[in-house]
Each structure stands twice: as C-alpha cells, then as structure tokens.
Write a protein that binds this ligand. Sequence first.
Ligand code: GDG
Length: 465
Amino acid sequence: MGRLVVVSNRVADLTKSTQSGGLAVGLADALKRRGGLWVGWSGETSTDADDATPELTTAGNVAMATIPLTPDDYANYYLGFANSVLWPLFHYRLDLVDFHSEFLDSYRKVNRRFADSLLPLLKPNDTIWIHDYHLIPLASELRKRGCTQRIGFFLHIPFPPPEVLAAAPGHKWLADSFLAYDLVGFQTQTDVANLAHYAEDHMQLSAPVDGRMSGPAGDLHLACFPIGIDTQAFAELAASPADDVQVDTMRRMVLDRKQIIGVDRLDYSKGLPDRMKAFGRLLDLYPEHMKKVTFLQIAPPTREDVDAYADIRHELESLSGSINGRFADFNWTPIRYIHRSVAREKLAALYRVSRAGLVTPLRDGMNLVAKEYVAAQNPDDPGVLILSKFAGAAEELAEALIVNPYDIDAMAAAIDRALTMPIEERKERHSALYKRVAEGDALAWQKAFLDALEAAPNGITLDVA
Ligand code: GDG
C-alpha cells in the first residue's frame, strides 16, 4: 500500500500530542499507519507567497508541507469565495452569499497553486485525500498536470439542493470539478442525493446505481461517510474534571440548579439566536424552571473578518443581555455566554455535568459537538441531547430529542422535557446513542472512506477544461 497524501485548507500539527478533534485524530492515525504527507495553507500571508516553496516539517513517518497565501488571496479566496460564497451557499443561505468575480478568480488560482506545489511531492503509488469546500477543483488541476493516482474528496459541510447551488455563478464548473475524483464522500444521504440530483439535471449523468453515475462528461462515484470523534478518549477526558468544574458543579447541586450547555464556533449556521430565544421562552412558558436552570453557551470567535460574523456577534450579545436583564436576580444569572475558546479537557467535563446539550444548528454538515456531548455523559446519570433535525448528526442520532431549530416554542418544550425526563428514559436513550457514537468513531470513518477509495479503479485521466 502506498502513502496517504492529505490535502486540506489547514494542517494539524502532528508534532503535538493533544489533538483538537475528529478530523485530526482520524487522519493522524491513517497517516501514521501508512506514512504520508499532509499539505495545506500555513495560516500566514506574504506578498511573495506565490514564489514560496512549501515549508516541510516531519513527525516520524509523516511530513507536513505548508504554503502561505498572498494578502489578496487571503481576502478573495479564503474570506471571499470559500467563506462568503461557498460556506453560506452550502448552508442554504443564499441571502448571505456575497459574490464578486475576483473571488472566483482567486479560488481558481489558489487551487492551481496547490496543484503546482503538490505535484513534485507526489509518488506514483500515493493515494490522495482532499478535504472540504476550499479545494473542490484541486483534483481537476492535478489531472490536468498528468496525475493518475487515486484521488478522493470529502466534504465536511452540507451539499445544497440543485436549485440552491444553481444560483451561484460558476456552479456548473464547480460541480464538473467532482468528475476528476475517484470517490466523493459526504456526511449524509441527503448531501449525496443533492449532488446526484444536480448531476442528473445539469450534467446529463445517469441516475445513480450503488452511488455510481455516468455520462458524456465522465463518471461520478458518491457515498456517505458520517464523520465521528475519538469517542473513548473523549469519554475518558470527561470523566476526570478539573477542580474549578467540580467546585462549580457542587455549588449547583447545593442550589438544586441544572445546567444546559451549548458549544459552537460563533457562526450563523449554528442557530445561536434562536437557541437563546428558546431558552427565554422556556422561562416564560415553564416558570417552574426559574432559578433552577442556567444556560452556558460557549461560542469562540471565528472568521471575524467576514461581515456576517460581526453581525451575529452583536445579535447574540444583545439577546443574552436582554434575556438576562428580564429574568436574572441578584443570586441567579440565567445565561452565561462565553465568547472565548475553552480548553478541551474543561469542555469535556462541562458537557458531563450538564443535564441537557443544546445542539440546534440551522444547517450543519455533521456537528461533532452532538457526538462529544453523548461521549462525555456519565452512563449512570446521563444528560439529554437536544438535536436539530438539520444537523447531519440527526441521521444517526435518532434517540436524541430531535427539534426544528426554527420553532422556538417546540425547542422550549424539548428543553422542558429534557430537564424533567425520568432517569430510566435518559439511560435508555443515552446507551443507544453512545453505542452508535462509539461504533462510528473517527477511526471507523477514516477506514471506511479509504477502503472505498482503494477499491476504486486505479486513477483516471480526464479531459477537463
Ligand atoms: C465542520 C462542519 C462537521 C468548539 N468550541 C470550542 C471547541 N470547539 C470544538 C468542538 C468540536 C469542534 O470545535 C466543532 O466541530 P463541529 O462539527 O461542531 O463544527 P465545525 O467547526 O463547523 O466543523 C461540521 C465538522 O466540520 C467535521 O467534519 O461536523 O458540520 O461545519 O470538536 O468541541 N474546542 C475547544 N474550545 C472551544 O471553546 N477546545
């Protein structure tokens, strides 16, 4: 078996032992097992970035190669096409798409540059695994340069229905880029079906049979690989809480006060304002919870250079302030809102001592927080996961309380149900959920994808425009 070459926008630092999440854990395992290379943006910008050669570091049998971006490409490719066009578009938010033709030009240019940088580093038997919306056209750029190795792609975020995708300038070119892959993986069956429908309607491909479609322009092989977390390690992390988390938990026990937790990058796709409104509605509709519950929302900043992110931040600050202003007392603050990153081990312990986990995105590829919340629970006294039907995780985690994140009253009712759920029902739901989160962990995800990719025909060459 040849090396694994992973390409993603950012590269995890494999020289450090603590890993930040499912993606890093799953990929690090595969890279270390086979030996390999991980290529991505360095996170740096410089005016002479286009002439820079990749910076190489190694950790055992794995090399990491990073490339800087020019300030223009940072603005137009990263903040622009990736995060102001594809991110909102793929999350079904046409209202937030901010398209400029220089964004698309820069996206194409950066993908060409990744291909130019990667090509000399490749070996004939390598298997290449490209990740996420930043790099959709990379395989077609590699094929143009004669690359015949197997190339797989995995999309971490949702894939939109054809009528949403078709609103984007350049959509046909973008979708045609998928033809250069031997395997295209998605988080859910819904995403697979969305690309399949688009391919039938706009690319003249046949209806899928076992995920395979074909037509005059080429073949498409689609499948669903729900991403997982490092379940066992996360459960262990949660079971050894830091001192300050223990003290806070004891204080709440004395006051007979339950905690609800939400953890999300501060992103408009995560449904945070509606979630806060639902918590306020809970206090209106079920006043028996007054002073008996607190809502802890951790929302670290992200992509603050994009306008839509500044807007959501202001909205949340004003909402948490007004709900607290309305309900708080001198000895009770209903919402604790933290706009900072919290250490991973503390996060795990906080999930465990929270009676409900509120995971209510308006749209999400998977949502690893839902799986982390399940993994962190004490099986003898587990909390209840409240999960949006629009999170990819809802396809797998049916024993959660599934909610419509646009229906504020229904969310308030689900929170009430979680807070009052008898222990037997909590245990039953949790054991079913834990089994699924443990079986579908990060290693299983990575193995399933790579096995399917290895089983694909050995490389394709395309006549791509
Ligand atoms: C994309 C897709 C898909 C959050 N706050 C803190 C913190 N986190 C960690 C969580 C979790 C991760 O960040 C977030 O993962 P999600 O899956 O929830 O969401 P995205 O970042 O949007 O990820 C998503 C994922 O890719 C993987 O394919 O599931 O749908 O959008 O691990 O714990 N970690 C720490 N402090 C924080 O304050 N340490």
